[in-house]
Design a protein around this ligand. Sequence first.
Ligand SMILES: NC(=O)c1ccc[n+]([C@@H]2O[C@H](COP(=O)([O-])OP(=O)(O)OC[C@H]3O[C@@H](n4cnc5c(N)ncnc54)[C@H](OP(=O)(O)O)[C@@H]3O)[C@@H](O)[C@H]2O)c1
Length: 316
Amino acid sequence: MELKNFCVIGGSGFVGRHVLHLLAAGSCNVRVPTRRRERAKQLILLPNVEVVEANVHSDVELANLVRGMDAVVNLVGVLHDARGERGFAQAHVELPRKIIAACQAGGVRRYVHMSALGAAVNGPSQYQRTKGAAEALVRASSLDWTIFRPSVIFGRDDNFLNLFALLLKLQPAMFLASPNTRFQPVFVEDVARAFVHSITDVAACGKSYDLCGPRVYTLRELVALVGQMTGHRRPIIGLNAALSYLQAFALELLPVKLMTRDNYYSMKVDNVSAEPFPFGIVPAAIEAVAPAWLGNDSPRARYSRYRNRMPREIAH
Ligand SMILES: NC(=O)c1ccc[n+]([C@@H]2O[C@H](COP(=O)([O-])OP(=O)(O)OC[C@H]3O[C@@H](n4cnc5c(N)ncnc54)[C@H](OP(=O)(O)O)[C@@H]3O)[C@@H](O)[C@H]2O)c1
């Protein structure tokens, strides 16, 4: 497919920044709406990237944003929302419904949608249920759609491994909710490559792809791994279901949301998949790349940092 003009909604976030860096390196034009231009300031300097302050929930503004585009990518997602179910539904269901309608009205056929592994209309959390409802809308649309369903995503600027690293540094021991839930973390650059590849790949239309890394870990194993990489090994005390719920409830009351009850509900099911990574991309393992930013100053960590600066084809 020869497509050159893209609108990336939710492009100012963690995954979006990586997608945009790849798109900017190609010869395409990208429009990125954001609610706060300040939040997207790193993107303003990228070539051929137009950052626009806009209210994407307005039908009129959406129509203007998608006008003249060859493809629309939707990366909007919320992990916590103070408005609860209404906030999740607005970001995960109502917004995709409006984007699909705007694409249909504006003659944009190609739509790439970010969901999440575990998304299901009958899932245990609002996050999973609303992501599942959005998938149903996308599948029922007449657009040339692709859906991605990643497990938890890690990268230099993530809120996942970095958060564990910080908590391990600050605390003498780690009280861990849902320690036995299994995850298959995926590297943000691999997710971004899959997105960018799919946009122009006709074979990806009408398909849904799970995106997972090469290894499965329990949450306890992941925290231990971060402790090992950062040099802050701490005792990890796994909490049972009742204490996990209580911890989530207490943390939900803090102004900074480390965890909520909805996150706890999401962790009632494992977040793993047996599907291979698509498009011939070989997904990176945490152990291969994360020491470059989490590592302490051991020779192994320094080696990993140098290795990480090399192009992936040489490093792997
Ligand atoms: N990170 C993970 O581990 C992970 C795993 C699986 C799936 N996902 C999915 O991947 C997508 C991207 O995740 P991320 O980690 O990059 O998230 P992020 O860093 O929080 O970025 C979220 C993006 O969505 C926009 N946004 C958030 N709430 C919005 C709302 N109510 N209305 C309009 N725009 C809104 C933000 O734009 P502004 O500039 O306007 O703030 C931002 O660009 C999400 O759909 C998420 O559910 C993430």
